[in-house]
Every structure is written in structure tokens, then in C-alpha cells.
Design a protein around this ligand. Structure first.
Ligand code: HOZ
Length: 432
């Protein structure tokens, strides 16, 4: 594969960008090699600056559920741009967006738009603290809720990839208010809450974790957390930045039938533009300024171009609910192809999958939390990633990320992905 232009721009990037990238996982440090710089994308494919084409299995880490270059979204953005890039005043698009979100996710009575998932989660815990008058939060090990100080404790995603799940720069004062529990362990969570009775404002988690690879909730886990929070007066926050509008029109909470008190959103609601949102029960959200005393604001919040893209996306998803079954069928075909390849080559593996999210772990353990995710052979994963890249399939460049499928991936691409998987596995297997 020709990589000359990517190599040269990455060298230049080191001068004025820390590590040469604007988000750590993109640097390929976990998999070896150097990042590929993209030029354009259409449907299921991305093309890099050297002219190489890749089937995209990250889809901008979630937002591009319809694939790249979707005409509806592009047209909505073009129209919005002709009116203004930003007013700094309320617009009717924000009202339409709030109404649509709350109708698709019934646990949300009210919602506030922000600019990223990080902003959404930071704001949500502030509101939960204001509502309960308590300081502590509990998060799950390996879950990632953006890079707010309170969440960089036992964090997944890039923090885990770089081997720094507890970041320097987070003060002891902040860190002491974040408690952690293993994912999928209701007993451990109950014990932590009991040990800090009356002090926990919120339990926050990804209802399907995507930042330690894809990890699904075991039967009864989300229901158990719901009961625990009800019993102890704790705000249950589902971070649906990845899963919102991806696993079902109403997100993971619709799929699993468990309603949180608050929800955080991002990715798909922006249709590819930078957007986040947080919301929930009216009695909680009415504490947000200017209705209530909990302060949170943003110059570009509810940006008209981002709203236009997000509205086009959400209207499409609302009106095409059969899409979710189609995405799941795509996932099933890819996963069963991978399983048969892995079995043929007698490799140890676990595949976790739900809807249009899935991960392949090189381990014989069942992966249900951060500790079991870490049993995956990371060296093998790195070689697998690069072997897939060579064959034109772009995976997440870290074991501790999930893959995201798009509507644009059809039978032709599925065949190519499964074939590439076999050849890549055979190559790394024969080196072992
Ligand atoms: N950390 C995010 C995914 N879990 C985004 C990574 C990126 O955009 O580089």
C-alpha cells in the first residue's frame, strides 16, 4: 500500500500538534505503524491522501450510521449554511430538535444541546449533584465518558489505549469524588453504594460499553442498577453517546427496556457535526440555568448547521425503523463469517456484538468487564489491525474500541470484509 503522503504529513503534524493528532487513538500507537490521513469518503468507503480505499468499520466512531456522503444530510447542511453559520440566539431548529429527541427517547422530558459528548456528561453529573445535594459519582471501570476530570479514573477508550486510565492533571480532590465498580457486577456496585450511603449523586455508565471494546450488559444488570438507584435516591445516568439512535430509535434504553433518570447523547444526533446533549426527567432538568440554579452555557450550543444535520439524521431514523434490523443482519453476517474463519484456524477468540456494534477479542475468556477485556492479546490485535488495513478494511486502531457499522455496507462489502479477515488471521497465525 502506498503511504508516502500520509507519512510525510504525519511527520509535519508532529511540529504543531501534540503527537501529530487531535485525538490520541488516531495516532495508531496501540497497533503500531502510522496514521492514515483521509481525503474523502462516500457510502461504505474512505479514500486516503495516497489514493487508497478502505471499507469503513468505524464510521467516525459512530455518527455515520447512514454511511458517508448521505444526500439528505448534505442538503440540509447546505441550506442551513446559506442562512447563517451561527447566530448566538435561539432558533426554531433547536426547538424541533428537543421535541424530536424527547419523542424518540421517552425517558427524556427535557434536553439541553451542547457541543460534544464530553460536555454532555460533565454537565449531567453537575445537574445530578445539584439535584441530590451529594458529591460522589460511581462510574464503571473501562467505561469512557469523555475527558472531563471526573471521568478520567479507570477510563476506557484512548485512556486505556495509552495505558493511562488515570490521567495526570486530575486533582486528588476531584478524583476522590469518583468511585469505580467493575462493569456488569451488581454486587460490587451495591457494596460501593452501601459503603458511601447518602453520598452518591449518580451512577453513570454506558448501557452497552463501547470503550473497552464492545461489552454488553448481562441479564438483569441494568434492571438491578435501576432498582438500586430508586432505593438509594441516586440519579441513574445512561451515557448513550455511542448507543443513542444506534441500537434502536430510542437507544439502548429502548432495546433493554430500562429507563434512566438522565441520558447523555452525541455522535448520531449531530449527523457528523460536533454535537452533544443531555437531558432527563423534568424535575431534574428544571434545575438547569436559567430555569434553575445549576449553571451551564455555550456559545455554539444548538448551532444551526449542526441542528440541521442532526434533524435530517433523526427524522430519517425515526421514519425508517426497519434500518435497525438491516444493520443487525449485516452484523450477523460479518460476525458469523469471522467465527467460521477463527474456528477454521483454531484461534482463541471472543466476539461481543449487539445491533450494529461489535468487537473481536483475542482471548478465550468471556469478555464482560474491563479486566476480561484486558486478557485479549494486544500484540496479536495490533498485527491483525495492520493486516486488515493492508487488505482495505479500516478497523478501530485499538482493542479498547467497538466497531460501528453503517447502512452503506452491503453484501459486496461483507464478502470483502470476511475474506480480508480470513487472510489477515491466516497471516498473523502463520507468524505465531
Ligand atoms: N475516543 C473516541 C472513541 N471512543 C473518539 C476517538 C477519535 O475520534 O479519535
Amino acid at each position: 500500500m502506498e503511504k508516502g503522503k500520509s507519512k510525510s504529513i504525519f511527520a509535519q503534524a508532529q511540529t504543531h500538534i501534540p503527537g501529530g493528532v487531535n485525538s490520541p487513538v488516531r495516532a495508531f500507537r496501540a497497533v503500531g505503524g502510522e496514521p492514515i490521513f483521509m481525503e474523502s469518503a462516500e457510502g461504505a468507503y474512505m479514500t486516503d491522501i495516497d489514493g487508497n480505499q478502505f471499507i469503513d468499520l468505524i464510521n467516525s466512531w459512530g455518527p455515520m450510521i447512514l454511511g458517508h456522503g448521505n444526500g439528505l444530510i448534505a442538503e440540509a447542511v447546505k441550506e442551513a449554511v446559506t442562512k447563517s453559520l451561527s447566530f448566538g440566539t435561539p432558533t426554531s431548529a433547536e426547538v424541533e430538535m428537543a421535541d424530536l429527541i424527547c419523542s424518540m427517547i421517552p425517558s427524556m422530558d427535557k434536553v439541553r444541546m451542547v457541543n460534544s459528548g464530553t460536555e454532555a456528561t460533565m454537565s449531567a453529573i453537575r445537574v445530578a449533584r445539584g439535584y441530590t445535594g451529594r458529591d460522589k459519582i460511581v462510574k464503571c471501570e473501562g467505561c469512557y465518558h469523555g475527558h472531563g476530570d471526573s471521568f478520567l479514573i479507570a477510563a476506557g477508550s484512548g485512556a486505556a489505549t495509552m495505558g493511562e486510565p488515570d490521567s495526570p492533571g486530575v486533582t486528588k480532590g476531584t478524583a476522590q469524588d469518583t468511585l469505580t465498580a467493575p462493569y456488569n457486577d451488581l454486587t460490587a456496585m451495591s457494596e460501593i453504594v452501601a459503603a458511601h450511603k447518602g453520598q452518591v449523586a449518580a451512577i453513570i455508565l454506558e448501557p452497552v460499553a463501547g470503550n473497552m471494546g464492545c461489552v454488553t450488559p448481562v441479564a438483569g444488570y441494568l434492571e438491578g442498577l435501576r432498582k438500586l438507584c430508586d432505593d438509594e435516591g441516586i440519579v441513574l445516568i445512561f451515557d448513550e453517546v455511542m448507543t443513542g439512535f444506534r441500537l434502536a430509535p430510542g437507544g439502548a434504553q429502548e432495546l433493554y427496556g430500562v429507563s434512566p433518570d438522565m441520558t447523555t447523547l452525541g455522535k448520531i444526533i449531530g449527523g457528523g457535526m460536533p454535537v452533544g446533549a443531555y437531558g432527563g426527567k423534568e424535575e431534574i432538568m428544571d434545575l438547569v440555568s436559567p430555569k434553575g440554579p445549576v449553571y451551564q452555557a455555550g456559545t455554539l450550543s444548538g448551532n444551526p448547521v449542526a441542528m440541521a444535520a442532526g434533524l435530517a439524521m433523526l427524522h430519517y431514523l425515526d421514519e425508517h425503523r426497519a434500518l435497525y434490523a438491516q444493520l443487525e443482519a449485516t452484523q450477523n453476517k460479518i460476525v458469523s463469517g469471522f467465527q467460521s474463519n477463527l474456528d477454521k484456524l483454531e484461534l482463541n477468540y471472543t466476539i461481543n456484538a449487539v445491533g450494529s456494534m461489535f468487537s473481536l477479542f483475542f482471548t478465550d475468556k468471556t469478555v464482560l468487564d474491563f479486566d476480561t477485556a484486558k486478557t485479549s492479546d494486544l500484540d496479536l490485535f495490533g498485527r491483525y489491525f495492520n493486516a486488515m488495513l493492508e487488505r482495505g478494511v479500516y478497523l478501530a486502531p485499538s482493542q479498547f474500541e467497538t466497531l460501528f457499522l453503517s447502512k452503506a455496507i452491503g453484501d459486496k462489502e461483507i464478502e470483502q470484509i470476511v475474506k480480508a479477515n480470513y487472510e489477515a488471521l491466516e497471516e498473523i497465525h502463520s507468524v505465531d
